[in-house]
Design a protein around this ligand. Structure first.
Ligand code: ZN
Length: 102
């Protein structure tokens, strides 16, 4: 990371995240915004990788936008599969009430 300003900002944001004063997702937004606008970061080839690395550190995998999309898709497929299974004809009449006659 060549940008001293971003280095300083990341340290400050990271402390806030640790104190739970800043949401990790917000910190990711701030970093993305900075590297999209900062002239130093725009010409730094490595800063994108650094931001990705920091994102992996502060964000749990389930909170990653891509993982979130995959998770939602998987949940939708599971719901569809469950709905299809519930409508399957072979499920009908299989369950009988067995009374205990003692
Ligand atoms: Zn910068």
């Amino acid at each position: 990371m060549q940008c001293e300003r971003l280095t300083r900002l990341v340290k400050s944001w990271y402390l806030q995240v640790k104190d739970e004063a800043l949401a990790p997702a917000r910190m990711v937004d701030f970093m993305e915004k900075h590297i999209a606008e900062c002239p130093v970061c725009l010409v730094d080839d490595e800063v994108r990788g650094e931001v990705n690395r920091i994102t992996r550190i502060i964000l749990p995998p389930s909170k990653m936008p891509k993982a979130k999309q995959e998770e939602a898709a998987a949940a939708r497929q599971a719901a569809e599969a469950a709905a299809a299974a519930a409508q399957a004809p072979e499920a009908e009449g299989e369950i009988e009430d067995e009374e205990d006659e003692l």
